[in-house]
Ligand binder design. Structure first.
Ligand SMILES: Cc1cc2nc3c(=O)[nH]c(=O)nc-3n(C[C@H](O)[C@H](O)[C@H](O)COP(=O)(O)OP(=O)(O)OC[C@H]3O[C@@H](n4cnc5c(N)ncnc54)[C@H](O)[C@@H]3O)c2cc1C
Ligand SMILES: NC(=O)c1ccc[n+]([C@@H]2O[C@H](COP(=O)([O-])OP(=O)(O)OC[C@H]3O[C@@H](n4cnc5c(N)ncnc54)[C@H](OP(=O)(O)O)[C@@H]3O)[C@@H](O)[C@H]2O)c1
Length: 493
């Protein structure tokens, strides 16, 4: 597989990169410089050769894999830290669940993936794949050729990607990053390697020094739980969708499920096949849809839960109540970076990770710290564009605005969200401008913007899902876009 990156052009560095030139860095720590110097110096400095940096990537999921590929293509030296035994992150289905079904116990053994057994993709494979490495159906006994395949097919795709681009050799498996901190202008990454297959085996800790750190640790592992008045005295069982795998334990039970997004929608139908009753409660459920769901014998929609009681009842805001065995929180996840110590330059506040320029670079630490994968846009293509951007900026090929300009951009963005009435927790959601964002990144990197068929297919899938929520994965009408996509993919064979 070719390792040539074909879409770039410029050769200039930012002011902060100039500050990172070796002589300056040796004399003064970059961090003190970044924090104290005024930023009104000329934005760019022409630069004729690309710099190769030592870069640590945290995580070998889809984001870490494509980040590693782009960083190496750009000429950087890359180490990928992965606490698991395989590449693929979220897409490694694990039948085990955590000891605390709500995922609140801080010292629990973490199970990374939130996949459930029946999960199929909610995007067609054509839209989902990388730009230059499409997710095409392959022959093979274990393969799933459907347009919306089962989760194992995505894992096979990521394994193919890692193999074809020889990423495995960059990954340190079973090596967990414990701490990332700054010292004298460099990042110190402390990691722990398990030397052996057993839990009691030798653990080896080490500190290593890097110019840059790219955070790709995923953000669907740390559950977010709804607060319910009275829940402490309620006698039933609570859990989060992170720990849902199969419907069998819910046989003949009454289940209240909170949240009506992707997990809530899928899991409620999965459970309804065996449960006695499934009651879906959510704060975004429209009043007119409340009640028994057409086409189902045992699914009801409700307003948000108002309270839970010691006698076992759960009361909804409209006054109705049920007597459930289980409350299942399908309430999403928290961004969580337990290893990252930036002296509060980067914080997580109501699920806003910030301040981050374009959801990637903290202005005061750019480009030496970056985050891939925070926005909830088309994941794989976005990871690819963000990674190209980070790699190009780190080498000096792509120019960033000054820290001050980046900070102003971030503040403007937050003001716009606020003016539009968007809650902070939606900062990285980007529902209506996902393609604008990807196209902006593509332009920064000197790449062509997202293909028209991809945009149209995404919209067609969304409409189809609204019209046929149960069957959209198997019944579609965008055959023309499907053909265009597959024609386009021929160039990458
Ligand atoms: C239930 C579910 C269904 C989804 N369905 C779809 C879908 O249909 N289509 C789609 O495009 N996207 C889907 N997504 C989104 C999915 O998260 C992305 O597609 C993508 O897999 C995320 O990749 P990532 O690399 O950012 O994170 P992850 O895949 O989570 O990878 C992060 C990696 O970092 C490692 N790691 C974490 N902390 C450390 C540490 N301290 N040290 C070392 N390693 C660490 C983890 O072990 C993991 O391997 C789904 C997500 C969920 C939760
Ligand atoms: N392939 C698939 O089919 C599939 C299946 C499952 C998940 N996924 C993916 O996995 C990711 C996570 O999805 P998710 O559904 O688990 O999480 P999510 O998209 O973040 O949705 C969480 C839901 O819980 C609601 N919620 C949060 N806190 C609440 C509270 N206190 N009270 C009431 N409601 C609350 C949210 O409502 P608000 O919007 O009002 O905050 C939202 O509806 C997404 O990327 C999704 O696409 C994919």
């Amino acid at each position: 597989m070719s390792n040539v990156n074909s879409c770039h052009s410029q050769s200039a560095i930012t002011y902060s990169q100039f500050l990172m030139s070796d002589s300056l860095t040796k004399v003064l720590g970059i961090w003190s410089l970044a924090w104290t110097l005024p930023v009104q110096v000329s934005k760019t400095v022409m630069y004729n050769s690309r710099s190769s940096r030592n870069v640590a990537v945290i995580g070998a999921g889809a984001a870490g894999l494509v980040a590693a590929r782009e960083l190496r293509r750009e000429g950087h030296k890359v180490v990928v830290y992965e606490r698991g035994q395989k590449v693929g992150g979220t897409w490694i289905y694990d039948p085990n669940v955590e000891s605390d079904p709500l995922g609140l116990e801080p010292f629990r053994v973490i199970v990374h993936s939130s996949l459930y057994d029946s999960l199929r993709t909610n995007l067609p494979r054509e839209v989902m794949g990388f730009r230059d490495y499409p997710f095409v159906a392959k022959e093979g006994r274990d393969r799933d050729p459907r347009r919306f395949p089962g989760h194992w097919e995505v894992l096979l795709f990521l394994e193919d990607f890692a193999r074809d681009f020889e990423i495995m050799e960059l990954v340190r498996f079973e090596t967990e990053v414990l701490h990332v901190g700054m010292e004298e202008g460099k990042w110190i990454v402390r990691s722990r390697k398990r030397a052996g297959a057993d839990r009691d085996d030798l653990l080896i800790d080490s500190d290593e020094v890097y110019d840059g750190v790219v955070v790709c640790n995923g953000h669907y592992t740390e559950p977010f739980i709804a607060e319910i008045p009275g829940i402490d005295s309620w006698p039933g069982k609570q859990m989060h969708s992170h720990n849902y795998r199969v419907p069998d334990p819910f046989r003949d039970q009454v289940v209240v499920l909170i949240g009506s997004s992707s997990s809530g929608a899928d899991i409620s139908r999965d459970i309804a096949r065996v449960a006695k009753e499934v009651h879906i409660s959510g704060r975004s459920i429209a009043n007119e849809t409340i009640g028994k769901q057409p086409g189902y014998e045992n699914i009801w929609l409700h307003s948000m839960i108002k309270s839970a009681h010691g006698d076992g009842t759960v009361v909804f805001q409209d006054g109705s109540s049920v007597l459930p065995d289980v409350v299942l929180h399908c309430t999403g996840y928290k961004y969580h970076f337990p290893f990252l110590d930036t002296h509060d330059i980067v914080t997580v506040d109501d699920n806003r990770v910030g301040p981050l320029y374009k959801h990637v670079f903290p202005p005061l630490l750019a480009p030496w710290l970056s985050f891939i994968g925070l926005p909830r846009v088309l994941p794989f293509p976005m990871f690819e564009f963000q990674s190209k951007w980070v790699a190009g900026v780190l080498s000096g090929r792509i120019v960033l605005p000054s820290p001050q300009e980046m900070m102003e951009d971030v503040e403007n963005f937050y003001s716009k969200l606020e003016a539009a009435g968007w809650p902070k927790r939606y900062t990285h959601k980007m529902a209506d401008y996902r393609f604008e964002y990807n196209d902006w990144l593509a332009t920064e990197c000197g790449c062509s913007v997202s293909e028209e068929w991809r945009k149209q297919m995404f919209d067609a899938t969304r409409r189809n899902k609204q019209a046929r929520p149960e069957t959209y994965r198997d019944v579609w009408k965008d055959q023309n876009l499907f053909s265009q996509a597959n024609e386009d993919f021929l160039q990458y064979k």
